[in-house]
Write a protein that binds this ligand. Structure first.
Ligand code: SF4
Ligand code: SF4
Length: 209
């Protein structure tokens, strides 16, 4: 259905439910689309200029409690929000709030420390087919050569879908894949088992550097 609407070319924005439980096909009425299909949809939205407004970032609250989380471990609201914001095409996340107290706590995201938003724990839940795919989380920072690993990967993945703007953004970066010194620091830090040493080489070749 969502593809039909995108094909029509009439959309500027899409409300879509994004959270790790749905993306990893754990459960939920909105856990539609395969582990690879969902990221492709997000990329398509970004490359076609369709902004995604995220709903159900906490899977209706299930992800916030270890007893109800399909992973058996709780995530925090800030981890879930950051997870959604890192997805291509996402421009906003709209969590449901029941009170001013809820709203204040959610807004605390804007002042939260990087470690409060770090969702690298997800690497221990990720299904086999999601392993090796960069989720642009930048948990692997700092790169000694100064590369923004997550952003470079995001632009590359978008460029593969034919996104010319992403290509332009990549070319405008100060540090690119060609500057990677293949030190392997990011590979040792990546919770999602991505080999950036190999990937940077591929990206460098793709952009003809
Ligand atoms: S390589 Fe791993 S840690 Fe680094 S941005 Fe990608 S998924 Fe995150
Ligand atoms: S392997 Fe390349 S991208 Fe990764 S930390 Fe080292 S220099 Fe940076």
């Amino acid at each position: 259905m969502v593809y039909e609407v995108l094909d029509s070319g009439i959309l500027d924005m899409l409300m879509f439910s994004i959270n790790p439980a749905y993306d990893y096909q754990k459960e939920g009425d909105y856990a539609i689309g395969g582990v690879n299909e969902r990221p492709n949809l997000y990329r398509r939205c970004e490359s076609e200029g369709v902004g995604i407004s995220v709903m159900k970032a906490f899977a209706g609250g299930q992800l916030l409690n270890a007893k109800t989380s399909p992973f058996g471990k709780a995530l925090t609201e800030y981890q879930c929000i950051q997870y959604a914001l890192d997805k291509p095409g996402v421009i906003t996340v709209l969590p449901g709030v029941r009170s001013c107290q809820d709203l204040r706590r959610i807004l605390g995201f804007t002042d939260a420390l990087p470690k409060e938003k770090d969702y690298s724990i997800l690497g221990t839940f990720a299904p086999q087919e999601a392993k090796g795919a960069c989720v642009y989380c930048n948990h692997c920072q700092p790169c000694p050569a100064g590369l923004d690993v997550g952003l470079i990967n995001k632009y590359y993945d978008l460029a593969l879908t034919g996104d010319d703007l992403a290509k332009y953004h990549y070319v405008s970066l100060n540090k690119k894949a060609k500057d990677c010194i293949q030190c392997g620091h990011c590979d040792s830090r990546c919770p999602f088992h991505v080999s950036q040493v190999e990937r940077m080489e591929k990206i460098r070749e793709y952009f003809g550097e």
